[in-house]
Design a protein around this ligand. Structure first.
Ligand code: ZN
Length: 322
């Protein structure tokens, strides 16, 4: 063999070597009954997270919660992995972050993403006292994670045919409220979206953020409408048909920088943010305050969100959303 042949063969080997795409198969054709979402379980998952302490970045509580979340997803038959990263916060602090990725039916082609952030704000900057002390984040952090964990349990119990990815993003809430600082938020989702393998193509994703407080209302958010109008309308119509229109209010709100924005920008995956925004256009009055504790959590809100999202996901698997 001459040098050219060797180089050619080496190139071929390299090409074949790189082409180790997973062999994705179409999902099994099977209708699955929509199960009942158990808000007691979701409530318990919020309590558990709070008991670790505030899940501020670089804290023991954060570390312990992270390990617990991986164990829970594993318990529900998701393949799991930690995605570690290091990133500088707006304050200059080096954040050691970890996104938690759970994969259900990893060989199945048809897939959706469910996501929430599990870190909590390092300060109570909207409070009037103890503003330098981190918050419990019962709603802002724990509620979205808790609802998704209960959905994960039901997905496994029902042996859902569709593929589902769950991502618990880190470092969402360590941003700066100053103007033009959007990219200081959602540091974990920014990292995850940049590193996302092209092997999977998701139909869409649903982000849950602040989904457990009393009197929560969810409106049609700007980035979600831009990227996934059809899915937003599906979910809000479904909620109406299920008698949950008190929570899922059929009104638009402005654009909210949340984890979904970075996934949309980086991967063009259609993403829907379900997030409590009041009729004033503002977040709940507990937002980034110490009052974001277990006292504001309402099981009927958890039930409304959980039941609507589980219906959307199972109907998707059943091909009833067309
Ligand atoms: Zn927050």
């Amino acid at each position: 063999m001459n040098m050219r042949t060797i180089k050619f063969l080496a190139l071929i080997t390299l090409f074949i070597g790189c082409n180790n795409k997973p062999n994705l198969i179409p999902q099994e054709d099977r209708i699955v009954k929509i199960p009942r979402f158990n808000s007691e379980n979701a409530f318990t998952h919020i309590q558990k997270q709070i008991h670790f302490g505030p899940r501020r970045m670089n804290s023991d509580a954060h570390e312990n919660c992270k390990n617990w979340l991986l164990d829970k997803l594993t318990e529900y038959n998701f393949s799991t992995e930690f995605q570690d990263f290091e990133v500088k916060a707006y304050s200059g602090e080096l954040l050691k972050g970890t996104n938690i990725h759970g994969i259900y039916n990893k060989d199945v082609k048809e897939r959706v993403i469910l996501c929430a952030h599990y870190d909590t704000r390092h300060i109570a900057d909207k409070d009037t006292i103890n503003i330098d002390i981190p918050i419990d984040g019962a709603d802002d952090g724990a509620s979205g994670v808790a609802v998704i964990l209960e959905i994960a349990r039901l997905i496994n119990e029902s042996n859902l045919p569709m593929g589902v990815d769950i991502v618990f993003f880190d470092a969402e809430d360590h941003g700066s409220d100053k103007p033009n600082q959007d990219y200081t938020w959602g540091l974990g989702s920014q990292y995850w979206a940049k590193k996302l393998s092209k092997d999977y193509k998701y139909k869409y994703g649903i982000l849950l953020d602040m989904v457990g407080s009393k009197n929560a209302t969810f409106r049609k958010e700007g980035f979600s409408m831009q990227s996934a109008e059809k899915i937003v309308n599906q979910i809000w119509n479904l909620a109406k048909n299920m008698g949950k229109e008190k929570y899922f209010v059929n009104k638009p709100i402005g654009f909210i920088t949340d984890d979904h924005r970075f996934v949309i920008e980086q991967t063009r995956t259609p993403m829907v943010d379900i997030i409590n925004v009041q009729s004033t256009g503002k977040f709940g009055n507990y937002h980034h305050k110490h009052s974001d504790n277990i006292g504001i959590i309402d099981k009927t809100t958890l039930e409304a969100v959980g039941q609507v999202v589980i219906a959307q996901i199972f109907r998707e698997s059943n091909k009833q959303n067309e």
